[in-house]
Ligand binder design. Sequence first.
Ligand SMILES: [Zn+2]
Length: 440
Amino acid sequence: MLIQNVDVLVVPEAGECTVETAQDIHLDDTRITAVVPTGNRPGAGEVIDGRGLLAVPGLINSHTHSPMVLMRGAAEDLSIDDWFNRRIWPMEVNLTPERVRAGARLACAEMLLGGVTTFVDHYFHADQIAQAAIESGIRADLAPTYFSSLGAEGIDAAIATTRELATLHPRITAGLGPHATYTVSDDDLRRTADVARADGLRIHLHAAESDDQTQASLDKHQATPIEILDRTGVLDAGALIAHGCGIRAADLPILERHAGRTTVATCPKVYLKLAMGEVTPIKQLQAAKIRVGIGTDGAAVHNTLDVWEAIRLVALTQKHREDDAEWMTLSDTIRLATRGSAAAANQPDTLGALEPGRQADIALLDLSGPHNQPLHDPRAALVYSVRPSDVTTVLVAGQVVVRDRQLTTLDLAETLAEARAIAHTLTDLSRGGAVQHYNP
Ligand SMILES: [Zn+2]
């Protein structure tokens, strides 16, 4: 396949991102084979006309809970305690494989139409999420969620699901999904780390989500969440840490010792909306050589799975946090969203850049809309003005999954109808109870 005469976003490991105009992207079945000036070599197979479009690496949602799209708008104007204890965990009593599948299908549709080609997920019934991902054509890294309150049997089942998903499909990878340091005991975290090391699996969990959580951990356990991850072997095994807003200066040398196998996902809309205090200390993490990716978290708080929105909020909140308008530049923000998120997805060498040998996960954008024009700097459009609807074409592993802003895989009308029909059964609180209690 050939994407002909397209402008291409180039994201180097360091320094300025650039746009190379009038390029041809050559693909084999799944990978990019060459990016060359247009007309330089003959193509084979289908030709996609890229004139007037910008090709960017497919976006990666580096931390989410995809089926929570069914709870969009159902838990608003609440403190983090009430969000968990009065809405989300009582609603999750109603989770069934069918409801999770319907939510995941809607999530995959929303993400693909917005140019997201990979999502890094953490949720229950992950086998159902895998089926929705396979059906939709998206790439997914899935961590089946568990709490210690599920008991040994529940944890065994989640670990067994991870092992099954790890070999299920070329576009599916899997990790271990303990929920957080405050919902999973040290013993269960130790066991998780042992399994991760023995099976070569990565761990994806929430930790140090806010400074309040870090303080609560110090008060109860005389250790920060990062110190707990260190002493239980989780950092040694390799982890994706969601949020990390409560990471303290004393945690940074600990993280630096595990820098090659630790990544952090930042989801700033959630920190703003739940008034969690600080955002992720990206400048300090990068100084400790920790790679950071960008995610939305679940739509029960983020309301969308729009990674463009998340990218924009990273740039804005980081400038605000550091009180420095020259920090988190266009190039640095784009690098975080591409190479950083590829590292958070545990695929730093195969995703996140349009280079020969990497997977052909590509989004084509039409920047001719009034909100992007005149286009002095396409990089500024990518960070500050594009919308998901500017994405016209999406490829995952060389397969066209969005063409002319339409999904080629899922039936969108049917997907929406199914989600609408089932959503109220998930948000119904009449059964009582909760899957867990938030008390970090
Ligand atoms: Zn989360």
